[in-house]
Design a protein around this ligand. Structure first.
Ligand code: ATP
Ligand code: MG
Length: 499
């Protein structure tokens, strides 16, 4: 929903029924009611929003119930502990709360709360742009109330706290991250004093729960230029506390006058590149983390800096990072892990010596995420030298084209080797283990390399052979009967050099 704001009169044109009904109820009950916070800000910015918060100088719960009844029989969710009440109306998420006055203790971001006036309620808000209200009582219906000049700050794109930022951030350190998040998402600048106060209070972030921190990080990730937020986190010293692995990527090493690029700055640039092409939050996380293993594999070989195996080390770090950040430990994590692990593979397919089997393997290993992987790899090119960039992009185009050709020719989409881990365990009486994975990979590779035909019998025989030769294993069951599956392209004819 969107409402018009007339900057000359300072009035909102609120013609939606819900505002009229609330206005009536407020006057009947003799209480002041205001629209407040994020929705007011977003209307002035012209950002449509269906999350509307109302403040009542009195009981928010009472007014919510009366309004809901008048709008129809709408179910109201009441949270007595917080003095709030919520309901849905059309597409809107409506929340009522009583005006509050807050005071803080040192060890917690949970305030002591008392009833207060509208001014008390605006005082406790985090930023001037979030501390504006619209009056709904009849006499002043639609009037903007803006005691801290939030409108001016919106115009000048400034994040500023209503009161002393040092106290604001110390009271509730989550606000430091909110400042950076709003600066990133809205592309605003943080006011100098507020910025200094973040630096000063950065250690206080430790009293904030990981869930709340990560919620803000995810919002930063979804901005159109997320690098701004990560750079602010770095510059204010927050990054070192909340994300040491990422902080470790920053900086440049010199040996014999040779340096490498700053991997932190590179990573957030790759993230911006991906953000231009995709809204997939997890692809964005993969971009940020694709080089996370580099500090642990960094060597100077006498001529240049190398990072051999950083993608494997990086992929191994992902579960711990996700666990600590309280990001989900599900297929999203495995997706990020996979992209980190594979991000060097496409460019390794450039050159005369590469056979079709290299392409086939990548297609099979990346599976349904091949296109996302290619977006990541293309975004990974951040060199500022046009000539080098052009050369890499041409190589990349070749790889993309070739992958497409081979995928179509060999019908590799959704291809699975005819032998899976279960059958290997059953055949040799094994428990899940490394050996099972190795045998499985050996069979898969033999087929993709065109060493054996792509069918069950050949794969089964090859499995027996490898198991015996390499692991001294003998089958404990006979070969099961298996008909020829569909889509069994034979790769043997075209396993040779492709160019
Ligand atoms: P968005 O919903 O886009 O995240 P928002 O500004 O609406 O932005 P909410 O978390 O929904 O953010 O909070 C609603 C309002 O409550 C804010 O606009 C702000 O006035 C106030 N607020 C939220 N969190 C804090 C906080 N930690 N400290 C002070 N005020 C806050
Ligand atoms: Mg909101």
């Amino acid at each position: 929903m969107q409402a018009k704001f007339d900057i000359d009169t300072g009035n909102f044109d609120l013609n939606h029924k819900i505002f009229k009904v609330i206005s009536e109820v407020a006057d009947e009950q003799g209480v002041e009611v205001y629209v407040i916070g994020g929705w007011v800000r977003d209307q002035i910015l012209g950002r449509p929003s269906d999350d509307i918060d109302f403040v009542v100088v009195g009981s928010g719960i009472d007014i919510a119930k009366k309004v809901a009844r008048r709008l129809g029989r709408i179910k109201v969710f009441v949270f007595r502990n917080f003095g709030t009440a919520m309901f849905k109306y059309e597409n809107m998420q409506i929340e009522f709360v009583g005006a509050r006055k807050e005071s803080y203790r040192r060890d917690s971001r949970k305030p002591i709360v008392e009833n207060g006036t509208l001014q008390d309620d605006l005082n406790r808000r985090d930023f001037t742009i979030n501390a504006m209200a619209i009056s709904l009582n009849k006499a002043t219906f639609g009037k903007l109330i803006d005691p801290f000049n939030g409108l001016e700050d919106l115009k000048n794109k400034i994040i500023r706290t209503p009161l002393n930022p040092d106290i604001t951030f110390s009271d509730d350190p989550l606000r430091m991250l909110r400042a950076i998040r709003f600066a990133t998402v809205l592309d605003f600048e943080i006011h100098q004093q507020a910025y200094q106060a973040i630096i000063k209070n950065r250690e206080r972030i430790k009293i904030v729960s990981q869930e709340r921190i990560t919620e803000e990080l995810n919002k930063i990730m979804m901005a159109s230029r997320p690098s701004k937020g990560w750079k602010l986190l770095y510059d204010t010293g927050l990054l070192e506390i909340i994300f040491p692995e990422l902080h470790k990527l920053a900086g440049v090493d010199y040996k014999q006058g040779v340096s490498h690029k700053d991997i932190f700055l590179h990573s957030i640039k790759v993230l911006d590149n991906v953000a231009q092409k995709s809204n997939n939050l997890w692809l964005r996380w993969a971009a940020l983390l694709h080089d996370i293993g580099k500090p642990y594999t960094k060597r100077f070989d006498g001529k240049t800096w190398t990072f051999h195996g950083h993608e494997v080390v990086g992929a191994k770090m992902i579960p711990d990072i996700f666990r600590r950040l309280k990001l989900p430990l599900n297929e999203n994590m495995r997706y990020v892990q996979k992209l980190v692990n594979l991000h060097h593979r496409p460019m390794q397919l450039v050159g005369d010596q590469v056979t079709d089997s290299g392409f086939r393997r990548l297609i099979v290993d990346a599976g349904e995420h091949l296109e996302d992987l290619l977006i990541l790899v293309e975004s990974d090119v951040t060199t500022k030298y046009d000539e080098i960039r052009q050369k890499i992009m041409n190589n990349f185009k070749y790889v993309r084209q070739k992958l497409k050709e081979i995928e179509e020719k060999d019908k590799l989409r959704n291809w699975k080797p005819p032998i899976d881990g279960h059958l290997i365990m059953k055949t040799f009486g094994l428990k899940p283990s490394r050996v099972v994975g190795e045998i499985k990979d050996a069979v898969k590779d033999a087929i993709l390399d065109g060493l054996i035909p792509n069918d069950f019998n050949a794969a089964f025989d090859y499995m027996l052979k490898i198991a015996e030769e390499k692991y001294n294993l003998k089958p404990v069951i006979a070969k099961p009967e298996q008909g020829k599956a569909e889509n069994q392209e034979d790769f043997r004819d075209n396993g040779l050099k492709s160019n």
